[in-house]
Design a protein around this ligand. Structure first.
Ligand SMILES: N[C@@H](CCC(=O)N[C@@H](CS)C(=O)NCC(=O)O)C(=O)O
Length: 204
């Protein structure tokens, strides 16, 4: 059985939603990030990066990184594009999310990761927030005239929702992003999404 290591409100919410969408039984472990559980010896043995999400596979092996976990779950559950070009586009978007959008937000939440100079933290946060907002605006553009981030609902959509919730958390004017907001409402209407938002106590 699969087991997901996640933390409420973190990027692991994407995998959490995908597992709930599927309905296949799985185990969960809520990692106490605030308490530093991700840096314990036990956790680092499973994921040396000390991050969530982490997926324990049926074999007992561990898989880390959204860029690997989401395509794996997507292929297993039929939430991944079939043809070569659509798959390449999905990988392109997952790469953009993981390598650009997520790190921009990390500058807001974790400025100490980028410099030990506390005097520079406010400026790192401010620049990170502007960059993050710019990326959310790009995502809004991608959703123009379409329901989902790929041709049909896929693992990209829960990942896209994560960044919307982070925009709300950072008090960005998310309502101005009309396509993204309509997408968020479509997501909320899905029972699996509503269940995970409730469990993780996320208000959007
Ligand atoms: N590249 C990783 C990043 C994962 C990541 O940064 N997760 C955050 C939560 S959103 C985390 O575990 N943070 C704990 C920490 O930094 O100590 C991925 O996309 O899976």
């Amino acid at each position: 059985m699969l087991k997901l290591y996640f933390a409420p409100g973190a990027c692991s919410m994407a995998s959490h939603i995908v597992l709930e969408e599927n309905g296949e039984p799985y185990e969960q472990h809520s990692v106490n990030l605030g308490g530093g559980e991700q840096r314990t010896e036990t956790y680092l043995k499973m994921n040396p990066q000390g991050r969530v999400p982490l997926l324990r596979l049926d074999s007992g092996e561990y898989l880390a990184e959204n860029t690997a976990i989401l395509p794996y779950l997507g292929k297993r559950f039929g939430l991944w594009p079939n043809d070569a070009l659509a798959e390449a586009k999905a990988l392109s978007l997952i790469g953009f999310f993981a390598a650009s959008v997520h790190p921009a937000h990390a500058h807001v939440g974790r400025p100490e990761r980028y410099t030990p100079d506390a005097n520079a933290h406010a400026s790192i946060k401010e620049t990170g927030l502007k960059t993050f907002h710019g990326y959310l605006t790009q995502i809004d553009g991608m959703l123009s005239g379409r329901e989902w981030l790929s041709d049909k609902y896929s693992v990209l959509d829960p990942y896209g929702l994560v960044f919307y919730t982070w925009g709300v958390r950072r008090e960005l004017p998310m309502g101005e992003l009309k396509n993204y907001t309509a997408f968020k409402d479509r997501m909320k209407a899905r029972p699996a999404v509503a269940k995970v938002l409730e469990q993780e106590k996320i208000k959007v």
